[in-house]
Design a protein around this ligand. Structure first.
Ligand code: FAD
Ligand code: HEM
Ligand code: FMN
Length: 1300
C-alpha cells in the first residue's frame, strides 16, 4: 500500500516509453493554488506527479520535460470540440481561467515523438474531464444541507433522496462533485502533501461501475480514516480499530492479518453453539410475553441479542444482556457506557438529552463540564470492561483458542509479523463491538418489520423452516446453509436499509475514475449505499418496485436473471476493507429468524406507520424508528418452546445466573473453549477426540492437504483443528501451557525448501530441538512429508527433522512417517493412503468408533478422493444470463477479494539473450511492478509467474469435450482458503465468476500434466466399454503406466482420445487434472537499479514428447511470447531464506550460476554496482558461469564483462560444455581449478551462492568445494564434510536450486 520510493523514477521511465509510443499524458492545474501536475496513462494504471506553480507556458513545458525526461514537449488544450495546440502564455492563462476547470481542471499534454501535429494514438487518447458538478453548493455550508434536509431520518437517506433520486440523477448523473467545507482533518498524518482546499471537494456516487473500479484499484483508492471531524470523534471513543483506521495505518495492517481469521467460514460454524444458546434465551424471554402483547423497543432487545452473541462468540464472555433484560435487571455496564460514548462521538449527547431541559436552562449548572465528566466516566467504564476481558483471557478464565483476544495477545499477524499493540487492543475490541452488533441488530429489526408486514413472505419463510427442520425443534449447524429464503429476507432488508449508509474511499494520488474523470490526491469518494441499492435499473424490472421489500431478488439465480451489476449490492463494503463479520452476521441472522419465526407470529401495532430509518433509538446503524411488534406464540410451537425452555433451564442450572455473568464470572460451560451446545449435539454421533493438524507450507500444498485431512478426520468423529506449525507456539495447546496437545493427537504435514523449513514453520524448527528429552512424552503424533526428489540432498529434510525431533523428545508415533514425492505423477495416492491409515491408527489407539457414515464411505472408497479440493466449474446453459468476463476482470476481482493474489505485470522489455544461431532461447524480461510490490523485493527473491496452456492443448481438450470454447462456465473461485488455493487460482466456494470455457481451460488447469495412476484407474472404473475398460486397467498397472502413460508424457486429453467410449464433462475433466500452478523465476535485478521494475531471465522449455506432442512450457513459452506492453500474471515472492548479499559489502562473494542460474547473480551484481556508485567499498566477487558455447548461450556476456571492467566483479569464470574444438568444462571443474584463490576468500569470510540445477549441478558443486577443502585446506574427508556443514549452518553457503 505504501508508495514505493522512486515512483517518480518509474513514472519518468514509463512516461518516456508511453509518450514515445504516442500515448498521452495530461497536465492539470489546481484552480485554488494554480499548481500543476502531470498524469501519465500507463496501461491499467494512471499516476500523477507534482509540478509546482508555473507562471508561463515555457516554464510549464520546462518542468514537464524535466520531470518526464522528454525533450520536445507540446501542449494541447482539452476541449469538448477538439484539442488545439497551446502555444502562448496568454492561451495558457485563458485555458486556466476556463470555467470548465473546477478543482480538477485539465489541460491536455501530448508529447509526440514525431513532428506530426498530433499522433493518431494520442488523438484517440481518452478525454480527461472534471467530475460533474452536483447540486450547487451554498456559501459556507457547501453541500452539507443535502444530508440534513429531506425528513428521511438519516443523512445517507436524505442525501440519496436529494441527489440520487431517479429524476435528480437524470440531471446530475450517478457521480457528482460535492463540497463539504471544513471537513478536513490533520491530513499530514494520514496522507502527506495534500493540496490545501482539496479536501473540501468529495465525489459522491451511486454508480456500481465506480464501486467496481474502486474495488479493482484498491491501492489507488484506500480507505483513510480520521480526516473528517466525525471520524476523529469516533476514533477518540472507539480507538484505532479495524473499522475506524486507515489502510495505511500499521494498526490496521497488523490487525487485518489476525482478526478476520476469527470470523472466516470455518470459524463461524464453530460459533453455532454459542449463537444457538443465546437465541434460545431470547426466544425463552419473548415466550413470556402475553399473547397479542406489544414488545416495545424491539431494537433494544435485538441489540442485547447481537451484542451478547458477538462478545460471547469472539471473546468468550457472556454479558448476559438478554437474560438481564428478560429479568428486568440492568444491562451489562458495557452496553450503557459504550452507547453513551457512541452517542457523544456522533454529536448526539447534549446537556438537554442527558440532564433534561431544566438543566439546559439552569444558569447555575455547568452543563458542558457535566457532559464531559459523563463522557469521561463512560469511556473509563468501557476501558475497564476491556481491561477485565483481557485480564481474564490472560489468566485463561475465558477465551480459549477461538477468542480474538487470545489471538491478539498471543499471535503475531501473519501479514506483518507484529503483535497487535497492547494499547490498540481496546480499539479493536470497541470496533468489533460497534461493527459487530449494531449492524446486525438493525438489519434484524428491519427484517422482522418487513416479514411481519408481508404475510406472503412470512408464509414462504415458514414453509422453508418446516421443510429444513422437519420434526426437529431447532436447527442444526448444517441446516443453516439450507435456509436460503431466510437469507434472502435478511439480505433484502440490508438492501433497503444498509446498516452502513455510506462507504468511503480516498484518492491516494492524482488519478482518474472511469478513465475520464480526474480526481485529486486527498479527495474523498463517498459511495451512497442507499441510492446504489435502490436503483431502478439494477433492482427494478421483473422484481418490481426497487423500494419495495421482495426477498425473491436474492434467491439463487435471481442476480443473474436480473442481470444486475455485481457491485450494485454493497452493504458489507468491499475489498480489503470489506466487513469481516458478514458470514457471522448471516449465520446469526438466519438462525435467529428461523427460531423466532418458528415460535412466534408478529404484527406491527395498529396504526403503526412505516418507520423512518433512524439512529435516534441509540447506536450507529439506522434502525426502524421506535419499532414495536405485537407477538403471538404460534399454535404449533408448544413442543418447540417447551424444548427451548428446558434447554435454557438446563443451561442456567449448569451456569451462574446472568447477574454473575455481568460481574464477569461466566461459567466454564458457557465459554466457547468448552463444548457448546451444538458441539454436544454433534458429539452424540462422534467421539470428539481432539486432533490437531499442523502444517508447514509456503505455496499452500500442505495447507490444503491439512484442511482435507481435517475434513476427513471430522467425518471420522475427531474434533479436528488445523494451524500452521509456528502459530501453535503462540497459542499453547497443552494443559500446562505446553505448545503441543497432550489430549488426543497431533498430525504434522510439511514441505521443505532447499533443506530449510517452510516460512510458517521456521519458529517451530528452532523450538523443537530445545525441548528436553522425554518432555513431550504425553504427545501422540504422526508426520507426513511432501517433497520433491529432485532436491536429492535435502529430500524431505524438514518433515524428517520434525518426526525425529518429536520422537526424541519422547512423543509417541502413531505410525511411521510417510511421504509423497511431488515429482511423481501419482503423489496424491500416497497422501490418500496415509490419510486413511493414520485415521484408522488413531481410532484404534484411542479405542473409539467412527460414525457409521464414515465407515460406509471408507468401505465404498468414497473418502479417498477427498484430498483434492474440487475446482468448481459449472457449464452455463445458453439461456442463463451473464457475460463471460475478460481475464483482466477476473484477475482484478480475485485480487480485490484476495489482495495477496496475482497482479497483471506489464512487460517493459523482452529480449533474446542467446546468440543468433542458438537452437534454444533465453529471454531477459523486464516487468513493471505494482506499487505494493515494487518497493518490497530484494535481490535474490523470486517472481511467481502463472503460466497458461497453449492453444493446441486447449483446442484438443475442447474437441474431446465437444465444445467450441465460447460457451460460458461459472467458476466458484476460492478466496477464503489458504494461500495454496490463492496461489493456484483455483479452489471452491467464495467468489462466483463467469469465464469462457476456453479461458477456463487456458488458465485454471494444467492440461499438459500426465494423469496419475489413480486417475487412470478411475477412468477404467467408469468406462462403459468392457474391452476399453480392460485396456485402461492395464494402463493403471505399474508397468503399463510407466511404459504407456508417464513414459510417453501422455496428457489426459491424449489418453481420453484413445478411449472413445469414455464420456467426460468439463467439470469432470477439470477435476481429473491438477490446477495450473505458478512457476518461480529468480529475479535477475536489484531494486536499487531500476526502481518499480524487476527482471527475470527465462529459459524456454520446448521439446517433443515421446508421444509426438510438441510441448511448450506453460510459463516459459507464455513469457517468451509476451511482447512489450503485454501482461503477465505474477507476484513477487519474498524469500524467507538468507539468499541475500551479505550485509557488509566488503565481504567476499563467490557465485555459481550456470545457465539461467545466473539470474539472481545478475541481481546481486546490479546491487553491488549501485552500492559502489553510492560510495560503498566492495569486497571481491567471483562468478562461475556455465553454458554450452561462447557463440550460443553465453548470456549477459556484455553486462558481465562490463562488471569485470568496473571492478564490481573480480573474476568471471566461464565453463563451456560444447565449445567447438575444446573439451567439456563444467563450473565444478573451474572451481577446482581456482581452488587456492577461492580458499583464501573462504578464509576471509566469503559467502557462497549457488543457483540452478538441483539434481546434478548443486551436488557436484558442493563436492568440488569439499575437494577444495581437502586439497587447499588440508582436511580429510570427514573434516571437509564438517567444514561444509559449518558453512551451511552459518548460512555462508546458500543454495537456491531447482529441478529442471
Ligand atoms: C526456485 C526456482 C527458481 C527458478 N528460477 C528460474 C529462472 O531464473 N529461470 C528459468 O528459466 N527457470 C527458473 N526456474 C524454473 C521455472 O520455474 C520453470 O520450472 C520452468 O520455466 C519450466 O516451466 P514451464 O511452465 O515453462 O514448463 P512446464 O510446462 O512446467 O514444463 C516443464 C516440465 O517439462 C519437463 N521437461 C523439460 N524439458 C524436457 C525434455 N526435454 N523432455 C521431457 N521433459 C522435459 C520438466 O521436467 C518439467 O516437468 C526456477 C524454478 C524454481 C523452483
Ligand atoms: C448486517 C451486519 C453487518 C453489516 C451490514 C456490516 C457492514 C460493514 C461494512 C459496510 C463495512 C465496511 C466499512 C467501510 O468500508 O468503511 C464493515 C466493516 C467491518 N465490519 Fe461489518 N457489518 C456487519 C456485521 C459485522 C459483524 C457481525 C462484525 C464482527 C463480528 C463486523 C465487523 C466488521 C469489522 C471489524 C469491519 C472493519 C474491517 C476492516 O476495515 O478491516 N461486522 N462492516
Ligand atoms: C524453491 C524450492 C525448493 C525446494 N526444496 C526442496 C527440498 O529441499 N527438499 C524437498 O524434499 N522438496 C523441496 N521442494 C519441493 C517442495 O517441498 C514441494 O514443491 C512441496 O509440494 C511444496 O509444498 P507447499 O506448497 O506446502 O510449500 C522445493 C520446492 C521449491 C519450489
Amino acid at each position: 500500500m505504501q508508495l514505493p520510493e522512486g515512483k517518480t523514477g518509474l513514472l519518468a521511465g514509463a512516461a518516456l516509453a508511453a509518450t514515445a509510443a504516442g500515448a498521452a499524458a495530461y497536465v492539470y492545474t489546481n484552480k485554488l493554488t494554480c499548481e500543476q501536475g502531470v498524469v501519465v496513462f500507463l496501461d491499467g494504471s494512471k499516476i500523477g506527479i507534482h509540478l509546482g506553480k508555473c507562471e508561463s507556458i515555457d516554464e510549464l513545458k520546462g518542468q514537464v520535460e524535466e520531470k518526464l525526461h522528454i525533450e520536445d514537449c507540446r501542449l494541447f488544450v482539452e476541449q469538448a470540440e477538439g484539442r488545439p495546440e497551446l502555444s502562448s502564455s496568454a492561451e495558457l492563462a485563458a485555458a486556466l481561467a476556463s470555467p470548465a476547470l473546477r478543482v480538477s481542471g485539465v489541460l491536455l499534454l501530448l508529447a509526440t515523438a514525431d513532428s506530426q501535429p498530433l499522433s493518431s494514438t494520442a488523438q484517440q487518447a481518452p478525454k480527461l474531464l472534471a467530475i460533474p458538478a452536483g447540486p450547487k453548493p451554498l456559501p459556507l455550508v457547501g453541500s452539507f444541507l443535502l444530508y440534513k434536509q429531506g425528513g428521511q431520518g438519516h443523512p445517507a437517506y436524505n442525501f440519496a433522496a436529494n441527489v440520487f433520486a431517479p429524476e435528480k440523477r437524470a440531471v446530475w448523473g450517478d457521480t457528482v462533485l460535492i463540497v463539504l467545507p471544513h471537513s478536513g482533518g490533520p491530513d499530514g498524518e494520514v496522507l502527506k502533501d495534500v493540496q490545501p482546499g482539496l479536501l473540501d471537494y468529495a465525489v459522491a456516487t451511486c454508480d456500481p461501475e465506480v464501486v467496481a473500479e474502486l474495488l479493482a484499484r484498491q491501492d489507488d483508492f484506500p480507505k483513510l480514516w480520521g480526516r473528517r471531524k466525525a471520524e476523529r470523534s469516533l476514533q477518540a471513543v472507539a480507538g484505532n480499530g479495524l473499522f475506524t483506521s486507515s489502510t495505511l495505518d500499521k494498526d490496521w495492517q497488523v490487525a487485518h492479518g489476525l482478526l478476520p481469521r476469527a470470523f472466516n467460514q470455518i470459524r463461524i460454524k464453530n460459533y453455532f453453539g454459542v449463537l444457538l444458546d443465546k437465541t434460545r434465551s431470547f426466544v425463552a424471554a419473548w415466550a413470556q410475553m402475553p399473547q397479542g402483547g406489544t414488545i416495545e423497543g424491539v431494537s433494544d432487545w435485538l441489540t442485547c441479542m447481537t451484542a451478547d452473541a458477538v462478545v460471547k462468540a469472539a471473546m468468550g464472555m457472556d454479558m448476559g444482556n438478554v437474560e438481564a433484560k428478560a429479568a428486568g435487571q440492568p444491562l451489562h455496564k458495557f452496553i450503557d457506557a459504550f452507547r453513551f460514548c457512541l452517542k457523544s462521538a456522533l454529536g448526539r449527547a447534549t446537556v438537554e438529552s442527558e440532564f433534561g431541559s431544566l438543566a439546559a436552562w439552569n444558569p447555575f449548572f455547568d452543563g458542558a463540564a457535566a457532559l464531559a465528566k459523563k463522557k469521561a466516566s463512560a469511556l473509563q467504564a468501557s476501558h475497564d470492561v476491556v481491561s477485565e476481558l483481557l485480564e481474564r483471557t490472560r489468566k485463561g478464565e475465558i477465551g480459549g483458542p477461538q477468542s480474538v483476544l487470545s489471538a491478539m495477545l498471543n499471535d503475531v499477524s501473519p501479514s506483518t509479523g507484529d503483535y497487535v499493540r497492547l494499547q490498540n487492543i481496546y480499539g479493536q475490541v470497541m470496533n468489533l463491538m460497534i461493527a459487530g452488533h449494531e449492524t446486525t441488530a438493525a438489519t434484524l429489526a428491519w427484517a422482522l418489520y418487513y416479514i411481519s408486514t408481508h404475510p406472503e413472505v412470512e408464509a414462504k419463510a415458514l414453509a422453508e423452516i418446516s421443510a429444513v427442520l422437519g420434526e426437529r425443534c431447532e436447527p442444526r449447524a448444517d441446516d443453516v446453509p439450507k435456509l436460503v429464503y431466510l437469507e434472502a429476507c435478511f439480505r433484502e432488508a440490508l438492501r433497503l436499509h444498509p446498516a452502513v449508509g455510506t462507504v468511503t474511499r480516498d484518492v491516494y494520488a492524482d488519478t482518474t475514475l472511469k478513465g475520464t474523470w480526474f480526481v485529486r490526491k486527498g479527495q474523498r469518494v463517498d459511495i451512497n449505499n442507499v441510492a446504489l441499492q435502490r436503483r431502478e435499473d439494477q433492482w427494478g424490472g421483473s422484481f418490481g418496485d426497487p423500494n419495495a421489500y421482495n426477498p425473491e431478488r436474492f434467491m439463487p439465480g435471481a442476480a443473474e436473471a436480473s442481470g444486475r451489476h455485481p457491485n450494485a449490492f454493497n452493504p458489507w463494503g468491499f475489498g480489503v476493507r470489506a466487513c469481516i463479520g458478514s458470514q457471522f452476521a448471516l449465520w446469526e441472522g438466519k438462525l435467529f429468524l428461523c427460531m423466532v419465526l418458528r415460535c412466534f407470529k408478529f404484527r406491527v401495532p395498529e396504526g403503526f406507520a412505516r418507520p423512518l430509518p433512524s439512529t435516534a433509538d441509540g447506536g450507529a446503524a439506522p434502525t426502524p424508528h421506535h419499532l414495536a411488534l405485537r407477538i403471538w406464540k404460534r399454535k404449533e410451537s408448544g413442543a418447540v418452546l417447551e424444548s427451548i425452555s428446558s434447554q435454557v433451564a438446563a443451561a442456567k442450572a449448569g451456569a451462574a445466573a446472568p447477574a454473575a455473568a455481568q460481574k464477569g464470572a461466566a461459567p466454564a460451560a458457557a465459554q466457547h473453549g468448552a463444548a457448546p451446545a451444538a458441539a454436544t449435539a454433534a458429539a452424540e454421533a462422534s467421539h470428539g477426540t481432539p486432533l490437531l493438524i499442523l502444517y508447514g507450507s509456503n505455496t499452500g500444498t500442505c495447507e490444503e492437504l491439512a484442511s482435507s485431512l481435517a475434513g476427513q478426520a471430522a467425518a471420522a468423529g475427531f474434533a479436528a483443528k488445523t494451524a500452521s506449525l509456528d502459530s501453535v507456539l503462540a497459542t499453547p495447546a497443552g494443559p500446562a501451557g505446553g505448545a503441543l496437545p497432550e489430549a488426543g493427537a497431533l498430525l504434522v504435514i510439511s514441505s521443505t525448501y532447499n533443506g530449510t523449513p517452510p516460512d510458517n514453520a521456521a519458529e517451530f524448527a528452532r523450538w523443537l530441538p530445545k525441548q528436553a528429552d522425554g518432555s513431550l512424552s504425553k504427545v501422540t503424533f504422526g508426520v507426513f512429508g511432501v517433497g520433491n526428489s529432485q532436491w536429492a540432498q535435502t529430500y524431505q529434510a524438514f518433515p524428517t527433522q520434525v518426526a525425529l525431533g518429536l520422537a526424541r523428545a519422547g512423543a509417541t508415533q502413531v505410525m511411521e512417517m510417510r511421504c509423497s514425492d511431488v515429482d511423481s505423477n501419482d503423489w496424491m495416492e500416497a497422501f490418500d493412503e496415509w490419510q486413511r491409515e493414520v485415521l484408522r491408527g488413531l481410532l484404534v489407539t484411542f479405542g473409539v468408533n467412527p460414525p457409521e457414515a464414515y465407515v460406509a464411505a471408507v468401505n465404498s472408497g468414497a473418502a479417498a478422493g477427498e484430498a483434492k479440493a474440487r475446482l468448481q466449474l459449472r457449464l452455463l446453459e445458453a439461456s442463463e444470463p451473464g457475460q463471460a468476463l475478460s481475464v483482466e476482470t477476473v484477475i482484478a476481482q480475485l485480487r480485490a477479494a484476495k489482495p495477496d493474489g496475482y497482479h497483471l505485470l506489464e512487460v517493459l522489455e523482452n529480449r533474446e539473450l542467446q546468440g543468433p544461431g542458438a537452437s534454444r532461447s533465453t529471454r531477459h524480461v523486464q516487468l513493471a511492478l505494482p506499487a505494493g510490490e515494487a518497493g518490497q523485493y530484494s535481490a535474490g527473491d523470486h517472481l511467481e509467474v502463472m503460466g497458461n496452456n497453449d492453444k493446441a492443448l486447449v483446442a484438443a481438450a475442447l474437441k474431446r469435450l465437444g465444445l467450441t470454447g465460447a460457451e460460458r462456465v461459472e467458476w466458484r473461485a476460492n478466496i477464503e482458503g489458504g494461500s495454496g488455493s490463492a496461489r493456484s487460482l483455483g479452489g471452491s466456494g467464495g467468489l462466483s465468476l463467469i469465464l469462457s470455457v476456453s479461458d477456463a481451460l487456458t488458465w485454471l488447469v494444467d492440461l499438459a500434466a500426465v494423469p496419475s495412476k489413480r486417475t487412470v484407474s478411475l477412468l477404467a472404473e467408469g468406462c462403459p466399454c468392457p474391452p476399453e475398460a480392460a485396456a485402461l486397467r492395464q494402463l493403471a498397472t505399474e508397468e503399463g503406466y510407466k511404459e504407456k502413460v508417464s513414459g510417453q508424457r501422455l496428457t489426459l486429453v491424449e489418453l481420453l482420445g484413445q478411449f472413445q467410449s469414455l464420456s467426460v464433462s468439463l467439470d469432470q475433466l477439470a477435476n481429473l487434472l491438477p490446477r495450473m500452478g505458478p512457476r518461480y523465476y529468480s529475479i535477475s535485478s536489484s531494486p536499487l537499479a531500476r526502481p518499480g521494475t524487476c527482471s527475470i531471465s527465462v529459459g524456454l522449455v520446448a521439446f517433443t514428447t515421446p508421444s509426438g506432442r510438441p510441448h511448450r512450457g506453460a510459463a516459459s513459452a507464455t513469457i517468451n511470447a509476451t511482447p512489450v506492453g503485454g501482461k503477465l500474471l505474477g507476484s513477487v515472492r519474498k524469500l524467507s531464506s538468507s539468499f541475500r548479499l551479505p550485509q557488509d559489502p566488503s565481504t567476499p562473494v563467490i557465485m555459481i550460476g550456470p545457465g539461467t542460474g545466473v539470474a539472481p547473480m545478475m541481481g546481486f551484481l546490479q546491487e553491488r554496482a549501485a552500492l559502489a556508485a553510492g560510495g560503498a567499498s566492495l569486497g571481491p566477487a567471483h562468478l562461475f558461469f556455465g553454458c554450452r558455447s561462447s557463440a550460443e548461450d553465453f548470456i549477459y556476456r556484455a553486462e558481465l564483462e562490463g562488471y569485470v571492467k568496473s571492478g564490481v566483479l573480480a573474476g568471471l569464470h566461464v565453463a563451456f560444455s560444447r565449445e567447438p574444438g575444446a573439451s567439456k568444462v563444467y563450473v565444478q571443474d573451474l572451481i577446482l581449478q581456482q581452488g587456492p584463490a577461492l580458499w583464501g576468500l573462504f578464509e576471509a569470510g566469503a559467502h557462497v551462492y549457488v543457483c540452478g540445477d538441483a539434481r546434478r549441478m548443486a551436488p557436484d558443486v558442493r563436492n568440488a568445494f569439499k575437494e577444495m577443502a581437502k586439497s587447499c585446506g588440508g582436511r580429510n574427508a570427514a573434516a571437509a564434510e564438517s567444514w561444509m556443514g559449518g558453512l551451511l549452518e552459518a548460512k555462508r553457503y546458500l543454495e537456491d536450486v531447482w529441478a529442471g
